[in-house]
Design a protein around this ligand. Structure first.
Ligand code: DGL
Length: 273
C-alpha cells in the first residue's frame, strides 16, 4: 500500500478528462497533475520536441515522489511511452491502448474513426495497435488541431466551436463508422457537439474512464493502492496562465476549490539524459 500521489501530465488542459474520471473511480488516491500550457499545442511539434518536453514533465512528477506516471496525452503517449516503460522505476501508463481496445471491441462495421492531433495521426500508433488486435479494422483519421485551441482558450462551448466541429467532421459522416475515438484528451470537452454531429449510432470512445480503470488495475497488481479513507489531495500545476487554467478546470472538474499553481517552463529541467 502507498499513499504517494499518482502523477498525470498533458500538454495543457486535456489530461483533466483522465484526472476527473480517476478521482471518481479512486477516491482514496491523491494526484499531482502538470499541464504544459505555455508550450501547448504539442500536436504540430516534432517528435524530438514532444519527447524532450514530456521527459521534463515526467521528471517534475518523479521529483514529487509519485508512485505511477500517467501520460494523459495521446500525442506524448505515441512518441515516448515505449521508451519510458523501459526506463522508469515505477509503472507508467498511456492513453492509447485502452481506447484502441474499446474501439476494436465495439465496432461491427469494422470502420473506426479517429480524431487526434497531427502528430498522433502521423505516428499511426492507433492504427498499429488496432491492427495487432484485429486486422480487418479500417481507420479513418482526422487531425483536428482547431479543437485543442478551442479548449485551451475556454471557447469549447461557443457557437463558433459548434460550427468548427460541424465543418470538420463532415468527411467522416460519409464513412460507415460506428466507433469514433476521441484520440486527444482535450476532445471530450467537445463531445456534446461531436455527438450531435455524428448521431446516436456512433459510439464516442473517450479514454478518460477507460484509463482510470487501467490505473486502478495497475495499483492492484502492484499492491500500491492507498488505504481506505486515506487523506487525499489533488495538486495541479501549469506552465501557463494559472487563472485561466483554474477557470476551465474548476468548471470541468466540478470543483471550485481546485488549487492551481504556476510553474515556469525554465523550472522544468532534466537531471540527466
Ligand atoms: N491533449 C493532447 C493529446 O491527447 C495534445 C493536444 C496538443 O497539445 O496538441 O494528444
Amino acid at each position: 500500500m502507498s499513499e504517494r500521489p499518482i502523477g498525470l501530465l498533458d500538454s495543457g488542459i486535456g489530461g483533466l478528462t483522465v484526472l476527473k474520471e480517476a478521482r471518481k473511480l479512486l477516491p482514496n488516491e491523491s494526484f499531482i497533475y502538470i499541464g504544459d500550457n505555455a508550450r501547448n499545442p504539442y500536436g504540430p511539434r516534432s517528435a524530438e520536441e514532444i519527447r524532450r518536453y514530456t521527459l521534463e514533465l515526467v521528471q517534475f512528477l518523479m521529483d514529487r515522489q509519485v508512485k505511477m506516471v500517467v501520460i494523459a496525452c495521446n500525442t506524448a503517449t505515441a512518441v515516448v511511452l515505449d521508451e519510458l516503460k523501459g526506463s522508469l522505476p515505477i509503472p507508467v501508463l498511456g492513453v492509447i491502448l485502452s481506447g484502441s481496445m474499446e474501439a476494436v471491441r465495439h465496432t461491427k462495421t469494422k470502420e473506426v474513426g479517429l480524431l487526434a492531433t497531427q502528430s498522433t495521426v502521423d505516428s499511426s500508433y492507433y492504427n498499429q495497435k488496432m491492427s495487432e488486435m484485429d486486422k480487418s479494422v479500417r481507420v479513418t483519421s482526422l487531425a483536428c488541431p482547431e479543437f485543442v485551441d478551442l479548449v485551451e482558450t475556454n471557447q469549447y462551448k461557443s457557437e463558433e466551436a459548434e460550427a468548427i466541429v460541424q465543418a470538420k467532421l463532415s468527411p467522416l459522416k460519409e464513412k460507415n463508422v460506428d466507433a469514433l475515438i476521441l484520440g486527444c484528451t482535450h476532445f471530450p470537452l467537445l463531445s456534446p457537439f461531436i455527438k450531435k454531429e455524428m448521431g446516436q449510432k456512433v459510439r464516442l470512445i473517450d479514454s478518460g474512464a477507460l484509463t482510470a480503470e487501467q490505473i486502478g488495475q495497475v495499483l492492484e497488481e502492484n499492491q500500491m493502492a492507498a488505504a481506505k479513507n486515506s487523506p487525499v489531495k489533488t495538486e495541479i500545476y501549469t506552465t501557463g496562465d494559472a487563472q485561466l487554467f483554474r477557470a476551465i478546470a474548476g468548471e470541468w472538474m466540478e470543483d471550485d476549490e481546485l488549487e492551481v499553481n504556476k510553474i515556469n517552463v525554465e523550472g522544468l529541467k532534466l537531471d540527466a539524459e
